[in-house]
Structures are given as C-alpha cells and as structure tokens.
Design a protein around this ligand. Structure first.
Ligand code: HEC
Length: 190
C-alpha cells in the first residue's frame, strides 16, 4: 500500500519535472548571462536524465545498466559544486527564475546541490552492481517509505545513507531534492 502511494507520488513528481521542461519563451528572446544559460541547460539535461531513469524503473523502457549509469552520471556531474558554482556570480537576472534567497540562504542551497550528487552517485554505483537486470535489490521495499518522508521519518543524511538504500529509494529521494530546491529557490514567474 505504502509502496503504491509512493509510486503515485513519484509519478506526480515526474509530471512536474515534465512541466518544468517546457521551453521558457522569455529566455529564448533575451540574451542570458552565460552562467544563467548554462545552469538552465544543465537543469534540462538533469530532467532528461531523471526521465530516462524513471522509465527504466517503471518498465516503460528496458533496463540498460550503461544508460542508467550514464543518466546518473549526468546528474552527478551537474550537481554538487558544478551546480552551486553557476549561482556564484549572477543569481537573479532577467530570464532567470533563480530566487534572490539563494544569496541569503546559501548553505541550504549548497546542501541540496550536494544531496543531489550523493543520490546520483548511489544510482551510478547501483548500475555497476546490477549489470544485467533491475532486480529486487534495486527496488524500494515496503518500509523504506518511512525513511525520508513524513513526520515520523528518520532523518536521512544522503552522504552517509544514500549508498546503502535500494536504488529506487535513492531515486525517489533524489526527485524530492529537485522539488525541495525548486520550491524554495526557484520563483514561479517574473
Ligand atoms: C540546489 C537547487 C536545485 C536543485 C537540487 C535542482 N534544481 Fe532545477 N533549478 C534550480 C533553480 C534555481 C532553477 C532556475 C534557474 C534559472 O532560471 O536561472 C532551476 C531550474 C530548473 C529547470 C528549468 C530550466 C529552464 O529551462 O529554465 C528544470 C527543468 C530543472 N530545474 C530540473 C531539475 C531536476 C530534474 C533536478 C533534480 C534532478 C533539479 N532541477 C534539481 C535549482 C535546483
């Protein structure tokens, strides 16, 4: 039951990622500062990578450890310092949806960027450990849902815990990291 609830939450997250990927017409007609254009491009690449991993978990595309790892590596190499450094200079700019609060709550922003890389690294390693099939060891178990979400959840430290959890759970928490950062640091419209 719990697992199903989580799966539908996951689909909702994926839908919101799909919605995010719609082109921003404002951006197309303005010349953006290079780091803004770069971070928007990186974000789109992460959304594509997350979609491809999601399709393999859902079974709508066949599991391929190389592609799974490639997508995880796209996110890993685009997160952490690579992500946060693209917000070092220009934070707010016309055509950007970055919130000014990134400057004032920098630590929290950077932590979310690093959490993302810890989950992506765990997914990348899971592909190495599972070269043939996306088997039960990669799947979320009933009870995993209690970790990381909800008021009674144990507090997760991704740097410490991500590698030990089933890949599907790490993926789920990774998407929550995308959503948390957007909720806090991305403005809806400008
Ligand atoms: C640490 C914060 C943070 C994390 C984590 C994060 N994002 Fe973002 N994302 C942003 C910010 C800020 C913007 C707005 C950037 C701008 O317009 O300058 C954004 C924008 C986007 C966009 C719109 C890009 C465009 O075309 O303008 C997409 C798509 C996106 N993110 C997907 C993702 C996905 C998928 C993940 C997780 C795998 C993710 N993001 C994780 C902060 C984050």
């Amino acid at each position: 039951m719990r697992l199903n609830a989580n799966v539908s939450r996951l689909s909702a997250l994926m839908l919101s990622i799909a919605a995010l990927a719609t082109p921003v017409f404002v951006a197309a007609t303005q010349s953006l500062p290079p780091e803004v254009a770069q971070r928007q491009q990186d974000m789109k690449a992460m959304a594509e990578a997350a979609k491809s991993i999601n399709a393999m978990f859902k079974g709508s595309s066949p599991y391929d450890a190389k592609r799974f790892k490639g997508a995880a590596e796209t996110i890993r190499s685009t997160s952490g310092t690579a992500l946060s450094s693209l917000f070092d200079g220009t934070v707010t700019a016309p055509g950007s949806k970055a919130s000014a609060s990134i400057e004032t709550e920098r630590q929290q922003f950077d932590k979310l960027a690093f959490d993302l890389s810890a989950y992506a690294a765990a997914l990348s390693a899971a592909a190495d450990h599972n070269p043939e099939t996306l088997g039960p060891r990669m799947r979320m178990q009933a009870g995993d849902a209690a970790v990381g979400g909800g008021p009674l959840a144990k507090k997760v430290d991704p740097a410490r815990d991500a590698a030990a959890m089933p890949a599907e759970h790490a993926f789920h928490l990774m998407l929550q990291t995308c959503t948390s950062c957007h909720a806090k640091f991305r403005v809806e419209s400008k």
